[in-house]
Design a protein around this ligand. Structure first.
Ligand SMILES: *Cc1c(COP(=O)(O)O)cnc(C)c1O
Length: 355
C-alpha cells in the first residue's frame, strides 16, 4: 500500500529555526529555548534535577500543588530546600520572599507564576526583582501564565522558565519548552550532579550546542512540533498582548458574574486573580459542588475538590460566550436566576469594546 508520509518526514532545519525563533519571541528573550519532547511537566522535573545538588540551598515558594511537587524533586537532588508556603487561597507576599532571602541566602529561588488549580497568580515581577538584587538564580513554572499574562524572560531576569501551549494558547500538549538564560546554563554546567544521558538532562538538550553542529535534535516529536509551529503562527497573528487581554477580560467578567450570583472567588486577594482560571469558593454546607466538568466549569483538583469550582476560561474559551455559559451553569447550581450576573458581565465586555 502506498502512503503519503509527508507529515512524518524529519523536522527540517528551517522548521526547527522557525519553532525556536517563535518560542524566543513568546518568552521575550534573545536566548533559544530548549524544546522539551513531551508535556511541560517533564521540563519542570528536568529543571529541578538539573539545579539541585547537595550544598545548594534553594528557596521554593509553594502556593499550590505544582509548587509542592517541585519541592520534592529539588529535595531528591540533595539540595537544602527552604520552603515558603501559603494556604492555597492566597499567593505569596513579596516581603516574605525578601525576608526568606535575607535569612537563608539561597543560591536559587523557584515559584509557580500562576496556579491553574487555585486560580492565583504570584507577584512575579516583584519576586524576580528581589532575586536580581541578591544575584539569585530564578526558576519559574509559567505553564499557566504564558498567553494569559506577561512572561518577560530577559527584562525580568528569569534564568529558567517552563512553558506549554495547551493552556492559554490552545496548542498541543505533547511538546513544550524551557527557556534558559546564559547564567542558567552556567549554573547547570557547574552542577556535577546534573543529569546526563537522561530524559531529564537539559544539558543534553542545549540547543546552542546543536546549532553549532547544524543539527536538528532527533528526539523532537514531529507531529507535535508542526502543530506547535502552527499554534505559534496563530498566536503571532492575534498578538500575544491581545491574547493576554482576552484572558484578563474573561477573568474580570467571570468575577463580576460570580459576585452578582452572591458567590465568592476562592482567592482572597483581588489583585492576584489568575487571568487563566477563575476559582469559586464552595460555601460551607452548600451543595454547589459537581462530580464532573460541565462545560468549562470543573470540580477542584485533588485536595481542593470540595473547596472550589474552577471556571476554565482559557485558550479558545477566553471569550464572552463561554464565560456566559459557565455563569448560567453556576447560577443553576446555586439556584439563582442568572439575569443580573449576565448583565454585570456584559458591562465588562462592553466597557472594553468602548475603549
Ligand atoms: C498544567 C500545568 C502544568 C503541567 O503541564 P502538562 O503539560 O500537563 O505537563 C505544570 N504547571 C502548571 C502551573 C500547570 O498549570
Amino acid at each position: 500500500m502506498r502512503q503519503n508520509n509527508e507529515n512524518f518526514s524529519p523536522l527540517t532545519r528551517p522548521e526547527f529555526d522557525t519553532l525556536t525563533g517563535s518560542l524566543s519571541r513568546l518568552l521575550s528573550t534573545t536566548n533559544r529555548p530548549v524544546i522539551i519532547p513531551s508535556e511541560a511537566i517533564l521540563g519542570i522535573e528536568a529543571i529541578a534535577a538539573g539545579v539541585s545538588a547537595p550544598g545548594r540551598t534553594i528557596l521554593n515558594i509553594v502556593t499550590g500543588p505544582y509548587g509542592a511537587i517541585f519541592g520534592k524533586w529539588l529535595a531528591r537532588g540533595g539540595a537544602e530546600v527552604v520552603t515558603i508556603s501559603t494556604s492555597f487561597d492566597e499567593v505569596v507576599i513579596a516581603d516574605e520572599v525578601a525576608a526568606a532571602v535575607d535569612r537563608y541566602h539561597p543560591c536559587a529561588l523557584a515559584f509557580v507564576q500562576a496556579e491553574a488549580v487555585t486560580g492565583g497568580s504570584n507577584p512575579a515581577s516583584s519576586i524576580l526583582q528581589i532575586a536580581r538584587q541578591s544575584n539569585i538564580i530564578t526558576i519559574m513554572d509559567s505553564v499557566s501564565a504564558i498567553g494569559a499574562e506577561p512572561v518577560l524572560m530577559d527584562k525580568w531576569g528569569i534564568d529558567f522558565v517552563a512553558i506549554g501551549a495547551q493552556k492559554a494558547l490552545s496548542g498541543p500538549n505533547g511538546i513544550s519548552a524551557v527557556g534558559v538564560s546564559e547564567r542558567g546554563w552556567t549554573f547547570l554546567a557547574a552542577n556535577g550532579k546534573a543529569p546526563r544521558d537522561s530524559i531529564l538532562s537539559l544539558l543534553d538538550l542545549n540547543p546552542h550546542h546543536r546549532v553549532a553542529r547544524e543539527q536538528v535534535p532527533a528526539n523532537i516529536p514531529i507531529l507535535e512540533a508542526r502543530a506547535l509551529i502552527k499554534t505559534l503562527e496563530r498566536v503571532e497573528q492575534e498578538g500575544l498582548e491581545a491574547i493576554n487581554q482576552r484572558h484578563e477580560l474573561a477573568s474580570s467578567a467571570a468575577i463580576a458574574g460570580i459576585e452578582a450570583l452572591g458567590l465568592e472567588p476562592w482567592q482572597r486577594n483581588k489583585k492576584w486573580y489568575s487571568p487563566l482560571v477563575t476559582t469559586v469558593r464552595i460555601p460551607q454546607g452548600s451543595n454547589l459542588n459537581i462530580e464532573r466538568p460541565e462545560g468549562i466549569v470543573a470540580p477542584g483538583d485533588g485536595e481542593l475538590r470540595d473547596k472550589l469550582l474552577r471556571i476554565n476560561h482559557f485558550g479558545a474559551n477566553a471569550n464572552q460566550e463561554s464565560v456566559e455559559e459557565a455563569t448560567i451553569t453556576l447560577a443553576k447550581l446555586a439556584h439563582r436566576d442568572p439575569h443580573d450576573a449576565l448583565l454585570a458581565e456584559r458591562s465588562v465586555w462592553e466597557n472594553e469594546d468602548g475603549e
